[in-house]
Design a protein around this ligand. Structure first.
Ligand code: ATP
Ligand code: MG
Length: 426
């Protein structure tokens, strides 16, 4: 018989892990809430053109997409990232016409990239991300970084570093492109095949090459800084000043160009400095984009956002020894004594309706075996449903902490449990 495992690059998250995930997701949602961001959910697949825009030179678009077509219908792609789908939706639903912009949106969900799996790098992984669309201000860029940074801090991560750079406006980028084309003119033939493609498609991305990083020509690349217009420099200074004001430490890294082609002005990457994070160190990364709203048929409008890799966030939390807890304990365990049929279920349902996490004994088992289950469940209160008490509409209630046991009417059970657990909480 064939046995099946998770496909390469994917993983099962079992209950012992999902409890921690839920906690982190709750923290993220709460932080988005106070920052005024609301959730948007878009499809997991989109028309391929949503992600694959003309002349895009990124690895993600060129090598990592799960693209398929069924029955000769138009080509579809499993989303490799969140931004494109959100901007597509922003335009489709004419959110650009809202009286108050920017729109503050966030998403959380699975992304798919055909990559070589390793620790912190999967083929199906989860991202949380935000998109702030419809206004351009250095203070919004700073807000965006602050939101991501607050989440990482609230989680308790300490070994992280904010790297930031500016790609400048269109004019700055045009200047720099010319500078790079000229600089790499004679050496491009010695670089990796991807770099050759980048040279043609988007020379800025040459700086992002992980293969040729050590090549001598990469060491003396002219700085983007020298190609920036005055406006771009001023804009960037304001972003930095706002970060200073919020007490967010950063390092300006003028080699940071980011993997996607649509970025302009501010780009940033928040990395872990923990020794275990290795080359999968980016926790969240993003930047400002122009042109994307227009690409989808909307007006000329700028946006800024980031995406955070949740698997990486979880791995780092673990590496830093942050305890996010495991499977939650029960509040109450309902035991069965003798032939009491469905009574334990009925009792459990009452307690569940009152909000208590409750388990009940199913198959006939010895009291000893049932008490072992109580131990494992972590229940603080045990309800014992016995044949003779049941005949009088009563059950026994045992409080684990004090070992006190009483007999109560089933109609007063919830009240009794309320009292026991509230006293304990005090
Ligand atoms: P990298 O340089 O590590 O490949 P990237 O530039 O491709 O990252 P982005 O497209 O910016 O990553 O995605 C944002 C975040 O999503 C990353 O910082 C990372 O935390 C996470 N991420 C990206 N790819 C993967 C993956 N294959 N598995 C798990 N997390 C990922
Ligand atoms: Mg990548």
């Amino acid at each position: 018989m064939k046995s099946y495992q998770t496909p390469r690059g994917t993983q099962d998250l079992l209950p012992s892990a999902t409890a921690a995930w839920n906690k982190v997701e709750d923290l993220i949602r709460q932080m988005c809430h106070v920052y005024g961001y609301s959730e948007i959910r878009t499809p997991v697949f989109e028309d391929t053109g949503v992600f694959k825009r003309e002349n895009d030179s990124s690895d993600m678009v060129n090598k990592e997409m799960y693209t398929f077509s069924i029955n000769n219908e138009d080509s579809l792609t499993l989303r490799p990232e969140g931004t494109a789908g959100v901007v597509r939706s922003f335009v489709e639903h004419k959110m650009y016409g809202a009286p108050d912009l920017p729109a503050r949106l966030y998403y959380m969900g699975e992304m798919f990239r055909y990559e070589r799996p390793q620790k912190g790098r999967y083929r199906q992984f989860n991202q949380f991300g935000i998109e702030n669309i419809g206004a351009k201000s250095p203070y919004i860029d700073a807000e965006c970084i602050a939101l991501g940074y607050s989440i990482v801090k609230a989680l308790g991560l300490s070994q992280i570093k904010v790297l930031i750079n500016t790609l400048g406006d269109a004019t700055s980028r045009r200047n720099y492109r010319e500078t790079l084309l000229d600089y790499f003119k004679d050496s491009v033939s010695e670089l990796c095949p991807d770099c050759k493609r980048r040279y043609e498609q988007n020379p800025l991305r040459l700086l992002d090459c992980k293969v040729d990083k050590e090549h001598p020509v990469m060491k003396n690349v002219p700085s983007l800084r020298d190609s920036l217009t005055e406006e771009s420099k001023e804009y960037f200074d304001k972003v930095l000043k706002a970060l200073d004001g919020m007490g967010i430490p950063y390092e300006v890294d003028d080699r940071l160009v980011r993997g996607l082609d649509y970025y302009t002005d501010t780009v940033f990457e928040v990395v872990s400095t923990h020794p275990e994070s290795g080359s999968q160190s980016a926790v969240f990364a993003g930047g400002r984009y122009d042109g994307l709203v227009q690409y989808f048929g909307g007006p000329e409008m700028s946006g800024v956002g980031f995406a955070m890799g949740l698997e990486r966030l979880m791995l780092l939390a673990e590496a830093e020894g942050i305890d996010l807890g495991g499977v939650p304990s029960d509040d109450v365990y309902v035991m069965a004594l003798g032939n009491v049929e469905d009574a334990p279920l009925q009792v459990a349902v009452k307690l569940r309706a009152a909000g208590y996490r409750t388990s009940f004994n199913v198959a006939p088992r010895s009291l000893k075996a049932q008490f072992k289950s109580v131990d494992r469940s972590g229940a603080k209160v045990v309800v014992i449903v016995g044949e003779s008490e049941l005949a009088e509409g009563k059950v026994n209630v045992k409080h684990i902490a004090t070992q006190m046991q009483t007999t109560v009417e089933i109609s007063h059970l919830v009240e009794t449990v309320d009292n026991l657990l509230n006293e304990e909480g005090e």
